[in-house]
Design a protein around this ligand. Structure first.
Ligand code: NAP
Length: 246
């Protein structure tokens, strides 16, 4: 059985990706932030994954921390035997106009959204290299493609992920490892629930399809990218935004 790691899988897009890959037949290593509430949420997601007849286990780690990622990947390899797919999904926002953005808000977003991809890719790809097989999908954002006022930190982290995706594809391609990114637009999750109604409305008006995207619409593209059908797709960024113009 193939194994997929999904980071930040306790809610939102990550939870949905975990369930979709379980449905596809992957055993799932669900990463969650080390807190009681995240653990409880992740356990519910794991239950839903197991309903598809696959193995699903929780792995608590703050993915911005190098040592925690190293230990988590080692534990996952021991528990599952292989690591076939890695979905770097965990992410946060700490929005604000640049003039008012605190240095700590910049650093925190870069650490969780960008450094986590360095950490997880480094350790998981080392396992994949020995297997001569692997699929990596990074969850970027339209903010990384076009920029977004009030998101200097977030757009920097997501643009970086796009560069990291292309570099990973080039470095590991000869070992039959693909790496791609998805760039979601406005997706209905706890991350966007906190936006003001006025801002949500303004953003939806900029979407050609005139609606939110659903987490399932991200998960289905990730499902394709980790499948055999995507064996010659690497180094690409797939925008999933309903034709958003920013
Ligand atoms: P979400 O509902 O807030 O979920 C993010 C998940 O990541 C949460 O479970 C969160 O745990 C976890 N996480 C945060 N920091 C972590 C850390 N240091 N270690 C481990 N896990 C951590 O957000 P979402 O909307 O599903 O977003 C998922 C991904 O899609 C993110 O990378 C986001 O940037 C990207 N994205 C989202 C949208 C959108 O419109 N929703 C658009 C473009 C891109 P906590 O709850 O404990 O923080």
């Amino acid at each position: 059985m193939a194994t997929a790691i999904v980071t930040g899988a306790s809610q939102g897009i990550g939870a949905c990706i975990a369930k979709r890959l379980a449905k596809d037949g992957f055993d799932i290593a669900l990463n969650h932030y080390p807190s009681d509430s995240d653990k409880a949420n992740a356990e519910k997601v794991a239950e839903e994954c197991r309903a598809f007849g696959v193995k699903a286990e929780l792995f608590a780690a703050d993915v911005s921390k190098y040592d925690e990622c190293e230990k988590m990947v080692k534990d996952i390899k021991e528990a599952f035997g292989s690591i076939d797919a890695l979905v770097n999904n965990a992410g946060i926002t700490k929005d604000g106009l640049l003039a008012r953005m605190k240095e700590s808000d910049y650093d925190a977003v870069i650490a969780v959204n960008q450094k986590s991809v360095f950490n997880m890719t480094k350790f998981a790809a080392s396992v994949m290299m020995k297997q001569r097989h692997g699929r990596i999908v990074n969850v970027a954002s339209v903010a990384g493609l076009y920029g977004n006022a009030g998101q200097m930190n977030y757009s920097a982290s997501k643009a970086a992920i796009i560069g990291m995706t292309k570099t990973t594809a080039k470095e590991f391609g000869s070992r039959n490892i693909t790496c791609n990114a998805v760039a979601p637009g406005l997706i209905r999750t706890p991350m966007t629930d906190v936006l003001s109604d006025e801002l949500k409305q303004k953003m939806i008006e900029a979407v050609a399809l005139k609606r939110y995207g659903e987490p399932e619409e991200i998960a289905s593209v990730v499902s394709f990218l980790v499948s055999d059908d995507a064996s010659y797709v690497s180094g690409q960024v797939i925008e999933i935004s309903g034709a958003l113009s920013m």
